[in-house]
Design a binder for this molecule. Structure first.
Ligand code: ADP
Ligand code: AMP
Length: 222
């Protein structure tokens, strides 16, 4: 891996496994996972002005305004831990956001080192989302069929016993999120391909197999 901070973008529809894989890469390579979805959910829970503006759009499965997303992200990017390198999970989601990210990075002499598209078919994505849940205290993610805690009802990460499902993981919102993905986010695959940093990964494989492919890509960054 290179000496300047590594910047990785994980692309893929909702449920493709971005958060799951980013979390493992974070632990394996000491990179920081940056999920704009998590940041926005925190803003909604804290009822900040940005959170209040974002709430209804998120519930409807649309995209929050670029201005709000970039504002939240800029604050996070100023934290010192970022120097180790980052994995963007769920950002950018529009060509406009990708352009803003390039601009922010180029001001610091950096660029996106790798954009990885996690390719899954729409049906698998719906199965993954409808079985998704997480530990309420530490956020560790699980799935009813594909990733259960080692001891039923007890979080592997923190021992917590309360689990939550996301409000936007319901059938209607998922359909809308998928439409939003194809219309507004999928064009980023071409965007990063043109920049010469894109790798496509078959994310229909198991969590461990996908992780192996991603680790190889991260290790090949120079
Ligand atoms: P995203 O962050 O892209 O929305 P997640 O990482 O939250 O997706 O994954 C969605 C759900 O699918 C989670 O419950 C996760 O445990 C499960 N999952 C992730 N990757 C795989 C995979 N390769 N095979 C099966 N299930 C997976
Ligand atoms: P996620 O956790 O990535 O699935 O995101 C959940 C929701 O947050 C999305 O359906 C969007 O409404 C919103 N969101 C997350 N990231 C972004 C982004 N980069 N741009 C716009 N909206 C976002």
């Amino acid at each position: 891996m290179n000496a300047s901070p590594t910047v990785i973008v994980l692309l893929g529809p909702p449920g493709a496994g971005k958060g799951t894989q980013a979390h493992i890469l974070e632990e394996k390579f000491g990179l920081i996972q940056l999920s704009t979805g998590d940041m926005l959910r925190a803003a909604v829970a804290a009822q900040t002005p940005a959170g209040k503006e974002a709430k209804s759009v998120m519930e409807a499965g649309g995209l929050v305004d670029d201005r709000i997303v970039l504002e939240i992200l800029k604050n996070r990017l100023e934290q010192p831990d970022i120097k180790r390198g980052v994995i963007f999970d769920g950002f950018p989601r529009t060509v406009g956001q990708a352009g803003s990210l390039d601009k922010m990075l180029s001001e610091k002499g950096q660029n996106v080192n790798a954009a990885i598209s996690l390719d899954v078919d729409d049906e698998a994505m719906i199965v993954r989302i409808s079985g998704r849940y997480a530990c309420e205290s530490c956020g560790e993610g699980y799935h009813d069929a594909f990733k259960r805690p080692h001891h039923e009802g007890v979080c592997d990460g923190c021992g917590g016993a309360k689990f939550i499902r996301r409000a936007d993981d319901n059938a209607d919102t998922v359909r809308e999120r998928l439409v939003t993905y194809h219309k507004q986010t999928a064009p980023l695959i071409d965007y990063y391909d043109r920049l010469g940093v894109l790798t496509r990964v078959d994310a229909m494989k198991s969590i461990a197999e996908v992780q192996e492919m991603l680790a190889r890509i991260v290790m090949s960054i120079d």
